[in-house]
Design a protein around this ligand. Structure first.
Ligand SMILES: C[S@@+](CC[C@H](N)C(=O)[O-])C[C@H]1O[C@@H](n2cnc3c(N)ncnc32)[C@H](O)[C@@H]1O
Length: 511
């Protein structure tokens, strides 16, 4: 179908903007959280209108699985045969009818008007008929009607009722079961999926040495439960706060703060002078680690494969002023992101990890001086620093992001189980390289913002098994005050239990 102009109905700019956002997410792989602020600014949407558009976009993207199942029950053809833009409008309408406090006649008439503007009269009549059917039941009634019987097919029921792809329901359930046991997993899975569907609050991080959490609570933020660096923003735009603009405070999930702080707090024999953040972009953990490293006179090398993301890391570190080495002082840049087995020609997993490290390029990178920070662009698998260079290494590995679904409403529909093979291969090779990078007695934190067992427990097990120089460290005592940390030694945080993203942390000591 030929592209159409986006509606700019003066009558309903908020809904028109929401429809445009859905189209950008669908056709351009846009991220709603990056796209929306710009769109709202361009359309001059502020206050209640901006909040309405945001809820429409985020809510519709999160609920898409359920809404599509409802719409499919009202349409006499496959959803693939419905014009995608009309389908987006129907999804927006369904969200208003089934999950928002919008009067039904307004939800239907405004959506029909939107469809008339982006399509034609026939499509608007179609939308009118479908939305009237959608509006005949409330959400629980629809779920009773369209979802599989929860006794016969619990995963299928949860997939439809909680709007998650079935493979993700299955993976989250498996992980809950591995960490909390079968009974607890059965009891908790619904609450976990509900937490993914709830909009998270904004958590601030006071960067050590630059700010304190008290400064934030004095500004009206709420004291945080667990992280000594965190405070919860009560409302408003974090970018409007002076300490955020100055780079002394950032926005960072509390779970991310906790796993970074755990690496810094882990006891270490011998020197504690050189720290590495191996996959640092966009720099949230690097900025917290930087403050903790500088407090004890240590240095931090923040490495990131994507050169444009090193700019984000530098921006995150800007509050540390001249402690951050000049960009031109760090010449190493490895432009290739080919971190697949093909890059090393490796076959088996063990071969992949050892081939990656033995194929490392000459160790050219100068490490930062004590008490300074440095950002470089390099492939962590072919690390341009000497083996055993560091005392502490953070490896926050690229992953599916299944632990942060509440923050990225479209992510669950983009990822597929086929992503895992590629990601776990990279994760194993990065972990092996991280272990090579740390000195004997030093510590590696393996972190993901995913609880999927294949990219957490299994990666760690496989790499530990393939080497004789690593032992596991119980990470639980390093997150004091947190309940429900399971049987260890690794830590898996959960949105429904801890109010954080589902961060995973395994701590390894090189022997
Ligand atoms: C989960 S993110 C890290 C988030 C970051 N630690 C933070 O807290 O802001 C993973 C990062 O690893 C980078 N990456 C992927 N493969 C890499 C590699 N082989 N070497 C170094 N960085 C890599 C990605 O570009 C991405 O920025």
């Amino acid at each position: 179908m030929a592209p159409r102009t986006t509606p700019t109905s003066p009558a309903d700019p908020a809904r028109a903007a929401a429809l445009e956002a859905l189209e950008a997410v669908r056709t351009r792989d846009a991220y709603a959280n990056l796209l929306l602020p710009k769109l709202l600014r361009e359309r001059d949407l502020t206050g209640r209108d901006a909040a309405f558009t945001t809820e429409l976009v985020y809510g519709t993207l999160r609920g898409l699985g359920t809404y599509d199942a409802v719409i499919a029950a009202c349409v006499d053809r496959s959803l693939d045969a419905v014009d995608p833009e009309v389908l987006d409008a129907l999804r927006l309408g369904a969200h208003q009818l089934l999950a928002m406090d919008v009067p039904p006649h307004a939800a239907v008439s405004t959506t029909v008007e939107l469809v008339r503007e982006v399509a034609n009269e026939g499509a608007s009549r179609f939308a009118n008929a479908i939305l009237r059917r959608v509006g005949q039941r409330d959400l629980p009634q629809w779920i009773d009607r369209i979802a599989p019987d929860p006794q016969d097919d619990p995963e299928g029921y949860l997939a439809v009722s909680r709007s998650h792809p079935r493979w993700i329901v299955s993976a989250l359930w498996d992980s809950l079961q591995a960490h909390r046991g079968a009974q607890r997993a059965h009891e908790d899975i619904g609450a976990l999926l509900d937490a993914d569907n709830a909009r998270p609050g904004v958590t601030l991080v006071a960067r050590p040495g630059l700010a304190e959490a008290k400064e934030l609570t004095d500004l009206g933020a709420l004291a945080a439960r667990y992280s000594p660096y965190a405070a919860y923003l009560a409302g408003g735009d974090p970018g409007a706060l002076a300490p955020v603009r100055e780079g002394r405070v950032g926005v960072q999930d509390e779970g991310s703060q906790l796993v970074a702080a755990a690496l810094a707090a882990a006891p270490l024999d011998g020197p504690d002078e050189r720290w590495l953040d191996m996959c640092a972009g966009p720099g949230g953990k690097a900025a917290l680690l930087a403050g903790l490293a500088l407090e004890r006179g240590a240095s931090l090398l923040a490495n990131e494969i994507a050169p444009h993301r090193t700019e984000l890391v530098r921006r995150a570190l800007r509050g540390y002023g001249d402690r951050l080495a000049d960009a031109t002082a760090t010449a190493t840049a490895i432009a290739t992101a080919t971190v697949t087995a093909a890059a090393t020609g490796a076959g088996s997993d063990a071969a992949a990890t050892s081939a990656a490290t033995s194929a490392a390029i000459p160790a050219t990178t100068q490490l930062p001086k004590p008490g300074t920070l440095q950002v470089i662009a390099a492939d962590g698998i072919r690390a341009p620093w000497k083996h055993e260079s560091f005392d502490r290494v953070m490896l926050d590995a690229p992953c599916t992001g299944l632990g942060a679904l509440r923050r990225r409403p479209e992510a669950r529909w983009r990822r597929g189980p086929e992503d895992l093979e590629r990601l776990t291969r990279v994760q194993r090779r990065l972990l092996s390289s991280a272990i090579d990078s740390v000195r004997p007695g030093g510590l590696v934190a393996y972190v993901t913002c995913s609880p999927h067992l294949e990219e957490t427990r299994d990666v760690v097990r496989q790499v530990v098994k393939s080497r004789r120089d690593v032992t596991r460290v119980d990470a639980r005592p390093l997150l004091p005050g947190l309940p429900d940390l399971g049987g260890g030694p690794d830590v898996q945080l959960w949105p429904h239990l801890h109010g954080t993203d589902a961060m995973y942390l395994a701590l390894l000591r090189r022997s």
